[in-house]
Design a protein around this ligand. Structure first.
Ligand SMILES: [Zn+2]
Length: 201
């Protein structure tokens, strides 16, 4: 988890990158949440290609008019992220997620699915969440959907791993051929572990 690049994306799945928006996740002292404001959440969403610059601008204007709604969305985003973190962390440890977390996940899902719609695009139809800047939380459903897709995938869950760097806590989807990836990033946690081994010798 780089301190210098606030938008490091190494999770290989949107939901993993979303979960990794806390640096030093598992350290009480060093833990740093990137989502310190609604604007930061929106900014991250541009980087993650969940929102276009134009959509983001419209949302930020709306948020200025409705600061308390924006605050609620930020809270909901963080809650959703932490629920997803706990579920996927359990999966990475090959244990079952706690049922309250899965229950909450399902509540969010049924809430968001109300905005699903079939859209006619030229020669085909697609299922998409309705985007509307009237809803300040309009960016959250596609992020949750990325987690749904991974959860119900076949033979993919065993690729969900937690970085071995302590106290990094980041999660990632291991796309390596022999599933040998151990770190969120070789340049960060990987190098630190190598250096530690060197000094121990
Ligand atoms: Zn790491």
């Amino acid at each position: 988890m780089s301190e210098t690049n606030p938008y490091m994306m190494v999770g290989e799945r949107l939901c993993m990158d979303f979960i990794n928006t806390v640096s030093w996740r598992e350290s009480a002292e060093k833990r740093r949440d990137w989502f310190t404001s609604y604007a930061k959440l929106v900014d991250w969403c541009i980087h993650a290609e969940v929102l276009t610059e134009e959509q983001a601008k419209a949302l930020l204007l709306k948020a200025e008019e409705q600061p308390s709604e924006a605050g609620d969305v930020l809270k909901q985003a963080i809650e959703m992220r932490e629920v997803m973190y706990r579920i996927f962390k359990s999966i990475s440890k090959e244990t079952s997620p706690h049922s309250p977390d899965l229950e909450r996940f399902n509540e969010l899902m049924s809430h968001f699915y109300q905005t699903l719609q079939v859209i006619h695009e030229k020669d085909h139809y697609t299922l998409k969440f309705k985007y509307t800047e009237k809803n300040l939380g309009t960016m959250l459903p596609p992020i949750l959907q990325s987690a749904v897709d991974l959860l119900v995938s076949k033979n993919e869950l065993e690729r969900v791993k937690q970085c071995e760097g302590d106290p990094c806590g980041w999660l990632f989807f291991d796309t390596s051929r022999n599933r040998s990836r151990r770190w969120c990033s070789m340049a960060d946690c990987g190098n630190r572990a190598k250096a530690r081994r060197f000094y121990q010798k």
